[in-house]
Design a protein around this ligand. Sequence first.
Ligand code: DGL
Length: 283
Amino acid sequence: MTDAQELFEIDAAFRGPCIGVFDSGVGGLSILRALRERLPDASMLYVGDVACAPYGDRPGEFVVERSSRLVAWLIAQGATMIVVACNTATVLAIEALRARWPTIVFVGVEPGVKPAAARSRTRRIAVMATVATAGSARLRHLVARYAGDAHVHVQACPGLADAIERGVLDGAALVEALAPYCEAVRAERVDTVVLGCTHYPFVEPTIRELLGPDITVVDTASAIAERTASLWDGTEPVFDATPHVRVVSTGASDTMARLLPRCPGLEQTPVEVLTIIPCQLPG
Ligand code: DGL
């Protein structure tokens, strides 16, 4: 018996191929909305691991274990391609996922160091990211490869994805959560800032306000959607010709229900809470 059979019932709605998308919680919806825009005819299944979010402060093995369980479930539902809509899961888990499912195509999300370096006039850029992404060898390699001649300030933002997950999306509480990080970034006199966590685009207006008008903010959602489309094009639905999008959460989330109406193409999508992937948080 495979992991997938052991753990999950196959959902009748997804007998044709679909794109599976996952994140630690609500952040990956910023990728899902770009995917919907670019691939309106593809079926997609999103799962946000709300019960275990955030991933950014957790041990690597925990993120690998959770990502594997989510991917097993997505594949059991009919996903033939997986978008890891989480920078943290990409840096910590994508190699393990590729090794375990060699026939599945995985698209990862990485901080947009390359476009930022290409855009920067002053050759001074910053990356805002979770603690795990900020400290990762993968980010160091990206910087060395694409921005070796630039000053790159990596700003870890502990607590920020968690605040967004808890619904801090605007107002004084958000400014309080963001201000120290934006001040640190401004002090580095950069002209371009990369959003290195898929949660951050949901608070981008406040990030822009705090950074000021002279700093360009770079998000990679549309580039990820383009990459996914180039790999997906030509995939034909086998049984079910109607494109279908499902959004699933592993725990109750008001924030997910608040954010979906802000995602064009997903406004009417209900959130299904799925408790069949139990979460044991590390002690
Ligand atoms: N949205 C995720 C990312 O892109 C994860 C944030 C978190 O769970 O800490 O890194």
